[in-house]
Design a protein around this ligand. Structure first.
Ligand SMILES: O=c1ccn([C@@H]2O[C@H](COP(=O)(O)OP(=O)(O)O[C@H]3O[C@H](CO)[C@@H](O)[C@H](O)[C@H]3O)[C@@H](O)[C@H]2O)c(=O)[nH]1
Ligand SMILES: [Mn+2]
Length: 732
């Protein structure tokens, strides 16, 4: 034992020589482009001409694109793939498996329906894992009796659901997903139980949805269960006392399922909220969970999931443990990040929300340099690394345990103790949010926390098996997509500006490849500048017949053509390889542009304002539901552009502006005698302007032709057309 052929997991890299040769050739192309620009400057051909400042700007953008392209090579250089051996784990450690605590976070019952939240909870309660070692905690930042009520219902339903899942080895174990995907079985015994449980589930779901609809829990239920006393005083989401309710106590022999087996512990928590106190969003909720769970179950492994991310694979905990419990390497790992998948993605992924390039390319690349980012959900942590501990080589904690944790026996005293840990003032003058737990003050608490853990010497693992582990809900409108990406790019850029800058703080602590890879995301926000420039200036100069690029017949045209064509073809090939359709690839390109034009500029601005102390961190929660007609459009892959917003105005303005430039330039080309000559000197500007126009076809449609609720509001149309006309008139 202990030899790698007996190991609990295996790591495989992929030989990438062909790719490296290709990337090398692109790099030469990029260098040639730079050489061309410098040589023109040295020959003094540019200074003083009309093209002077647009020309230097384009050069600046090209410097950035080249530099950024180099960064993205880090995640394509050394991809790493992991495989686990769960049978070896069971064979060696089945009776010594560690305690596992699962954290689920929810924030708002109106956009995160309680019936969805409890499906996530039920799916993780039903893991194929010793139930006495499994505890599930729900943090409710909405402090809502509706969510509490749903969880109470779930705690009852679990008594039938968990034994049913295990008896028939069901997958997935979220009842909603299971009943959506399966039909009445043929086997008579199974069918009888199946029908009975389905009925039980539907009745429960109806009760929960009925309460959610009216916005309160029926009186008679209030009276039946003492826990509701917390809501008797009419508390609000932003102002309420600390609430901790142990709904199922796994240590209590009387709380068994219908077959008499122990149930996993189930806890509801709403940390104290006061109007004048900052609560640090999800990071604050997670830190509260870390503290109360350490009193109640103190699992050595913590799984964090968002409330929409149900488990799709009952064996996931065992996969994760294959890394943590591996005799040789296990002690190095702080967290095991699994893939976040979404089961509401449309056929051609209209909002590029599947994030497949991240999950199927980038994260494998990150894993080759010390491990992936922590992305908030679907991630297993070692409790001690999450709590701030430094990695040390000599220190191998023995994960193998079979003794129950020590704790307060009486559940009333235990709850009271826990409540005292989640008051507004508990963290005052402590290291929580700083050295201990998840970090505060950053809209991506996950990424900054993961980075700081890696900088304390720990490694992480990316595990992306062919069987999907989790399914969540991706944004379903354009504005939600843009707002989510604004939060992400803002948070990542703030990391870059903070003392945790991957190159500075990470220097000497994490590998250079990892520093580069983190910077891909940390530098999303500033990418708006060159892209915005490229979306306006080449087209404006096209309109004014000022060339900015070498003409088609020039030898310097070759590196441009080579870089543009090969990187585009490569990006299509990569998209096919990760399972996107051609149309999905095209949609991804559109959202790529929209993020850079609409999300990133605001992220950039807000980050700067935050650095100079004007702005505070915010966290706009993504809605997991949309209205009926919006969901109809989503299913038909019709982009929902509305409502009016400054983000939308920018997008519309740029789309219209490019259309005007293209029309103006084409007109001139047709009217002039030397049309072909014009086309040849302005060729690349035609390409850029033309592509921006073509990719915006759905936008023009939404502005001028559509009448549905997802169209571009008239006010936005008027403003953006006027602005576009104004920009066209800028004299050069
Ligand atoms: O004050 C808050 C705000 C959010 N949440 C929860 O945080 C989770 C993530 O929120 P969501 O709106 O779904 O954001 P996403 O952009 O989908 O989340 C990704 O990005 C976040 C960081 O920006 C991470 O926290 C998430 O884990 C990660 O999945 C949800 O369960 C929320 O209920 C809270 O508990 N309290
Ligand atoms: Mn989410």
């Amino acid at each position: 034992m202990g030899e790698r052929d007996e190991a609990l997991f295996e790591t495989r890299g992929k030989g990438r020589s062909a790719y490296k040769v290709f990337a090398g050739s692109v790099f030469v192309g990029v260098l040639m482009i730079w050489v061309y620009r410098v040589s023109v400057i040295l020959r003094g051909e540019i200074n003083g001409t009309a093209a002077s400042w647009p020309w230097f700007g384009v050069f600046g953008a090209e410097l950035w694109f080249g530099f950024y392209w180099i960064l993205t090579q880090s995640v394509r250089w050394n991809p790493t793939f992991r495989f686990t051996f769960k049978d070896r784990l069971s064979l060696r450690y089945e009776d010594k498996l560690p305690y596992v605590d699962v954290f689920v976070c929810t924030a708002d019952p109106s956009i995160e329906p309680p019936s969805m939240v409890i499906n996530t909870v039920l799916s993780v309660m039903s893991y194929d894992y010793p139930t006495e070692k499994l505890s599930v905690y729900l943090s409710d930042d909405g402090g809502s009796e509706l969510t509490f009520y749903a969880l109470l219902e779930a705690s009852q339903f679990a008594k039938s659901w968990i034994p049913f899942c295990k008896k028939f080895s069901l997958e997935p174990r979220s009842p909603a997903a299971y009943f959506l995907r399966t039909f009445e079985p043929n086997d008579a015994v199974f069918a009888a139980e199946w029908i009975a449980i389905k009925k039980l589930y539907e009745e429960m779901e109806n009760r929960i949805n009925a309460a959610t609809k009216v916005g309160k829990v029926p009186r008679n239920i209030h009276e039946q269960y003492k826990g509701f006393v917390e809501w008797e005083t009419g508390i609000t989401a932003k102002d309420h006392q600390a609430i901790v309710q142990i709904l199922i106590d796994g240590k209590d022999e009387t709380s068994a399922d219908i077959e008499g087996s122990v149930l996993p512990t189930l806890v509801y928590m709403a940390r104290e909220k006061r109007l004048n106190r900052h609560h640090n969003f999800k990071a604050g909720a997670m830190n509260s969970l870390i503290r109360i769970s350490s009193e109640i179950s103190n699992g050595e492994i913590i799984l964090t999931v968002d409330c929409d991310m149900y488990s799709n694979n009952s064996e996931t905990i065992r996969d994760a443990l294959c890394f943590f419990m591996d005799e040789e390497k296990g002690h190095e790992y702080a967290y095991v990040q699994l893939t976040q998948n979404f089961d509401n993605i449309t056929k051609n992924d209209i909002y590029a929300a599947s994030l497949k390039t991240l999950s199927k390319v980038d994260f494998h690349g990150l894993d080759g340099y010390g491990g992936p980012l922590y992305t908030g959900s679907c991630c297993f942590h070692r409790r001690e690394s999450l709590s701030g501990r430094k990695f040390s080589k000599d220190w191998k904690k023995d994960m193998k345990t079979n003794k129950p944790g020590q704790r307060e026996a009486n559940s009333d005293t235990l709850e009271a103790k826990c409540r005292s840990l989640i008051t507004c003032s508990f963290e005052d003058n402590t290291e929580w949010g700083n050295e201990i737990g998840l970090k505060y003050g950053c809209p991506v608490e996950d990424v900054i926390t993961g980075l700081s853990i890696q900088c304390r010497g720990w490694k992480s693992v990316y595990f992306n098996p062919s069987k999907i582990d989790f399914f969540g809900v991706a944004p379903m409108t354009l504005s939600q997509t843009l707002v989510q990406h604004k939060r992400w790019s803002e948070g990542d850029f703030q990391i870059f500006l903070s003392k945790f800058n991957p190159f500075l703080f990470g220097h000497g602590k994490i590998q250079f490849g990892l520093q580069m890879a983190y910077s891909i995301y940390c530098l999303w926000a500033p990418c708006f500048l060159p892209i915005l420039y490229y979306s306006i200036i080449p087209s404006l100069t096209l309109l004014n017949a000022i060339p900015l690029f070498p003409k088609i017949s020039s030898i310097w045209f070759i590196p441009y053509a080579y870089v543009i064509i090969t990187t585009s073809v490569y990006s299509i090939v990569e998209a096919m390889w990760i399972g996107l359709s051609l149309k999905a690839w095209w949609n991804e390109k559109r959202i790529w542009l929209y993020k850079r034009l609409a999300s990133y500029p605001f992220a950039f601005l807000d980050s700067i304002l935050k650095v100079i102390g004007v702005n505070k961190t915010t966290f706009i929660v993504t809605s997991k539901v949309v209205e009926e007609d919006a969901s109809g459009r989503y299913a038909k892959e019709i982009i929902d552009f509305g409502p009016a917003s400054s983000m939308l105005t920018i997008l519309s303005m740029i789309a219209i502006f490019n259309l005007l430039c293209l029309v103006g330039a084409l007109k001139r080309m047709v009217l002039l005698d030397d049309g072909i000559g014009v086309l040849s000197t302005l060729f690349l500007q035609f390409v850029i302007c033309g592509l921006i126009t073509i990719i915006n076809l759905p936008l023009y449609q939404a502005m001028f032709l559509r009448r549905d609720g997802g169209r571009i509001p008239t006010s936005t149309a008027v403003i953006s057309v006027s602005l576009a006309l104004l920009v066209c008139l800028i004299p050069l």
